[in-house]
Write a protein that binds this ligand. Structure first.
Ligand code: IPD
Ligand code: CA
Ligand code: CA
Length: 261
């Protein structure tokens, strides 16, 4: 495989440094929709990343959250989240990252996630494993839901959080707890790194999850939708786990859904 990772790592690092530089300054916050924030840092990071990707891979398509992408003429497409964790960033809460995922015909083949505040750089290539600062990642070996730490998120674009609050409630009773840290890409890295046993979210965009999904699968984890059907990059739902608690969690999703009816 062509080396896509080396330039992507450089670009993600550069964008991560930019975010750190801007972090302590007062932010210019505007709203894409009610509750859906965007800051000057999202836009500047995206401009940097898309400019560099265009130079490096002129034919590739780019889909970027703030609209700076373009349609190229190859089967390769970069999914760019220039700042995952915008709401945290806007409130000076230091949980955020840069996420770059490369798909070939809608299948993710390479990913980089830069967590600049912890100085953790996550990388993955399909078939070659996933790494944090060069150290191989492995999902956790915990096979008991009651001993698991889980994570979820609540998308700012969704009008109704009712169903996810039910899942949140039930899993809080059944596990060591459910974190809602505010960066889906970092949540997926934490599944890959064996910190969380499972993570789910009902409505994520491809730029939130492209790189993170590869981190998980290359670390030995499993990714599906909430019914256990194959994960689709362009679909809404995601459920990622260490594989060992996957069936138990699917059962809970199904039970909660049945009670709702
Ligand atoms: C958001 C974060 C958050 C998730 C939301 C995403 P953004 O991305 O990943 O954790 O719950 O659904 O939209 O807007 O900060 O890039
Ligand atoms: Ca995001
Ligand atoms: Ca974002």
């Amino acid at each position: 495989m062509e080396n896509f990772l080396t330039p992507a790592v450089e670009i993600a690092r550069e964008a991560g440094n930019l975010l750190c530089e801007l972090f302590d300054r007062p932010h210019q916050i505007s709203y894409k929709r009610p509750l859906d924030l965007v800051t000057e840092a999202d836009r500047r990071s995206e401009a940097l990343i898309t400019g560099r990707l265009r130079q490096q891979f002129p034919g590739h398509s780019i889909v970027a959250e703030e609209g700076g992408g373009h349609k190229g003429d190859s089967d390769y497409c970069w999914y760019v989240d220039p700042l995952d964790g915008t709401t945290n960033f806007a409130h000076h809460f230091p949980i955020f990252c840069v996420s770059l995922g490369l798909a070939f015909r809608n299948e993710v083949i390479a990913g980089v996630i830069c967590d600049p505040t912890r100085q953790e750089l996550y990388t993955a290539e399909r078939g070659s494993g996933s790494f944090c600062n060069g150290k191989r990642l492995r999902v956790s070996k915990t096979d008991d839901l009651s001993e698991s730490l889980l994570a979820t998120g609540f998308p700012p674009t969704s009008a109704d959080h009712g169903l996810n609050l039910r899942y949140y409630f039930r899993f809080t009773q059944l596990s060591h707890g459910v974190r809602r840290a505010g960066s889906a890409a970092l949540d997926l890295c934490s599944v890959a790194a064996g910190r969380f046993e499972g993570f789910w979210e009902l409505k994520l965009n491809p730029w939130d999850k492209a790189a993170g999904v590869l981190m998980v699968t290359e670390a030995g984890g499993r990714v599906t939708d909430l019914t256990g059907s194959p994960f689709m990059l362009l679909g809404d739902e995601i459920f990622a786990s260490n594989g060992l608690v996957h069936e138990a969690m699917l059962q809970v999703f199904s039970d909660v859904m049945a009670q709702k009816r």
